[in-house]
Design a protein around this ligand. Structure first.
Ligand code: TLP
Length: 344
């Protein structure tokens, strides 16, 4: 039975071209700055994002955590969205590693309000922590792959600049955001001082993310990567796949978005299933099964019997489209869901 894995775009496999490039990759010791393939990837990534420098890291989590560490001091406060990945899914790293406290703000479909940020920036007061970082997430995972409008990013960056606060963008899926907005990715990156983006989600590389920023920031971040145990020696084998991710796989994300849209619109037609179509802007689809009377855990178990994988949750379930998912797979998934909802 074919497995249709809709749990995440992290499940994507390296393409045959990536495996070939990995096999042939020129490598060296990256801790000495001598891995030519990592150097090439970092140069290309900085160029694409319109930044001075880049740092190859093992994961998105490591990239975000290094960014927070590099931008802040213990006791500082950082502003972020209440459902952001950095707050919810990074194992309390900002507290444990950087010693900062979060100031979570409620976003509208993952998008922070500029006025709310303004009110949350701490005044210069001997009693209060200093606000030293604003984190954004584009696209926003838990909000359903939603995109931050460029104008909002611009306004947040202007406010941050006024207060001398840097902006870090968790751009795990920033190429999806660029496709949805129809702009070059550097148009998004320009409104952040640092950006982390993933090569290993919709872009299909087996491992790796990149942190970009100015020379000085990346220099300090490189030292923290070493401290975190992330010096990757002959990591060019991984960077070789990353280069293909950057050069080729960014060009096909539109297909995943079209599949997600098709899935969402058809799911919404199934009696008892609710989809907020407004949130379906990229490759993520959340659907609510509460009105079907089904239990989310039993539902995902039944789907599994038909070869369809979704992460279990009580009633609101996520599906993510990616390179391994075809339109045919989506049609089959819809047929199966309809059958399960009808009690089949
Ligand atoms: N997200 C994963 C899980 O951790 C939830 C997923 O399946 O979507 N930022 C954002 C916005 C992310 O969605 C993720 C991964 C990361 C950072 C972390 O990337 P990795 O998994 O490489 O550490």
């Amino acid at each position: 039975m074919k497995i249709i894995d809709l749990r995440s775009d992290t499940v994507t496999m390296p393409t045959p071209e990536m495996r070939e490039a990995m096999f042939k990759a020129k490598v060296g010791d990256d801790v000495y700055g001598e891995d030519p393939t990592i150097n090439e990837l970092e140069k290309k990534a900085a160029q694409i994002m319109g930044k001075e420098a880049a740092l190859f890291v093992i994961s998105g989590t490591m990239g975000n955590q290094i960014a927070v560490k590099t931008h802040t001091n213990p006791g500082d406060e950082i502003i972020l969205e209440e459902n952001s990945h950095i707050l919810i899914y990074e194992v309390g790293g900002i507290a444990a590693i950087s010693g900062v406290q979060p100031r979570p703000l409620k976003g509208e479909r993952g998008v922070l309000n500029v006025e709310d940020i303004k009110k949350a920036i701490r005044p210069d007061d001997i009693h209060q922590p200093s606000t030293t970082l604003i984190c954004l997430e584009n696209t926003h995972n838990r909000a359903g792959g939603t995109v931050i409008p460029l104008q909002t990013m611009k306004e947040i960056k202007a406010l941050a600049k006024e207060h001398g606060i840097p902006v870090h963008l968790d751009g795990a899926r920033v190429f999806n955001a660029a496709v949805a907005l129809g702009v070059d990715v550097s148009e998004i990156a320009r409104y952040a001082d640092s950006v982390m983006f993933c090569l290993s989600k919709g872009l299909c590389a087996p491992v790796g993310s990149v942190l970009v920023g100015d020379q000085e920031f990346i220099g300090r971040a490189r030292k923290y990567r070493k401290m975190f145990g992330g010096g990757i020696r002959q990591g060019g084998i991984l960077a070789a796949a990353g280069l293909i991710a950057l050069e080729r796989m960014t060009k096909r994300l539109e297909e995943d978005h079209a599949n997600a849209r098709f899935l969402a619109e058809n799911l919404a037609e199934i009696p008892g299933i609710t989809v907020d179509l407004e949130t379906v802007q990229t490759n993520i689809v959340f659907h609510d099964i509460e009105k079907t009377g089904l239990n989310g855990y039993e539902y995902t178990q039944k789907l599994k019997e038909f070869g369809i994988m979704i992460n279990p949750a009580p009633k609101t379930l996520r599906m993510v489209t990616h390179w391994g998912i075809t339109r045919e797979d989506i049609c089959y998934t819809l047929e199966v869901i309809e059958k399960i909802v009808k009690g089949g």
